[in-house]
Design a protein around this ligand. Structure first.
Ligand code: GDP
Ligand code: MG
Length: 159
């Protein structure tokens, strides 16, 4: 089968997207999933996890030196998140665009953060920002792997 991170640069590219604790609390999970489904991306992994502080710190390890790191780790481990693996052409970059900017106030209406959030530390969703990050994050959050499957509709989404 495929590695959990798929095949970057092809229609089987994969990314790690997560609904953060604020999205779960606010009942936004369905709306977030629906946006990617409607666009034609394929959901290949989905589960709810309540991250430990250790997992939160590992997930955001690249931000360890930032002053907001302790608050970020505390928030990310404050409740369950919804872990997702999405697959499709250019999904890593397109996923980030559908999320919006890191700063919700700079995010366009129509993006998830632009539609649903205001504050930087409560910006609803996470998305891998590069193929390297996607590989690392998918291995971390889906050590059991995801589901490789075809859909009959694939030929109506890709030419
Ligand atoms: P992302 O990839 O767009 O999520 O942004 P980063 O990887 O740079 O940061 C991770 C998360 O940390 C962001 O989504 C924000 O929730 C939070 N964050 C980033 N920068 C700041 C900041 O300057 N202050 C605070 N309070 N939180 C921040
Ligand atoms: Mg990031």
């Amino acid at each position: 089968g495929l590695p959990v991170y798929g095949i970057p640069g092809t229609n089987q590219e994969r990314t790690f997207l997560a609904c953060k604790p604020d999205a779960v609390q606010r009942g936004l999970v369905g709306d977030i999933i629906q946006r990617f489904e409607k666009r034609g991306y394929k959901l290949v992994g989905l589960k709810m996890v309540w991250p430990s502080e250790t997992m939160a710190a590992e997930h955001y390890a690249d931000l360890k030196k930032k002053p907001f790191f302790p608050g970020l780790v505390k928030f990310f481990s404050s409740g369950p998140i919804v872990c997702m693996c999405w697959e499709g052409k250019d999904i890593i970059k397109q996923g980030r665009q559908m999320l919006g900017e890191t700063q919700p106030l700079a995010s366009k209406p129509g993006s998830i953060r632009g539609d649903f959030s205001i504050d930087l530390g409560r910006n609803i969703c996470h998305g891998s920002d590069s193929p390297e990050a996607a590989e690392h994050e998918l291995k971390m959050w889906f050590p059991e792997g995801v589901s490789d499957y075809g859909k009959a509709v694939d030929s109506h989404i890709y030419e």
